[in-house]
Design a protein around this ligand. Structure first.
Ligand code: FES
Length: 107
């Protein structure tokens, strides 16, 4: 099971084993990590699952599709080049050890 490193708003780091085939968003929600709201449940319509990917890990992700890019225009916190919607990032073995940072707010 890949390990995903979540960095919370207060700087706390949590390493969570997240099942393959789920998402970065579900890894946070299922482990009660604060900082991801995921109001739409992962159907790519709310933008409240915004995260910043560690810059050195960006190349390990598939690029955002057009729907995700459009929703990223409306995130509540600052949008950065490393911004992604965590519900759109499928967890695979290739992402083992990736680090994601929670933004300062989701709404
Ligand atoms: S959970 Fe709503 S867009 Fe990701």
């Amino acid at each position: 099971m890949p390990t995903i490193n979540y960095v919370l708003k207060d700087g706390t780091r949590r390493a969570i084993d997240v099942p393959n085939g789920t998402s970065i968003m579900l890894g946070a929600i299922n482990n009660n990590l604060r900082g991801i709201d995921a109001e739409c449940g992962g159907c790519c319509s709310c933008a409240t699952c915004h995260v910043y990917i560690e810059e050195s890990d960006m190349a390990r992700l598939k690029p955002a599709d057009s729907v995700e890019k459009e929703l990223l225009e409306g995130v509540a916190a600052e949008r950065r080049p490393t911004s992604r919607l965590s519900c759109q990032i499928d967890v695979t073995a290739a992402l083992d050890g990736i680090t994601v940072h929670m933004p300062d707010r989701q709404s």
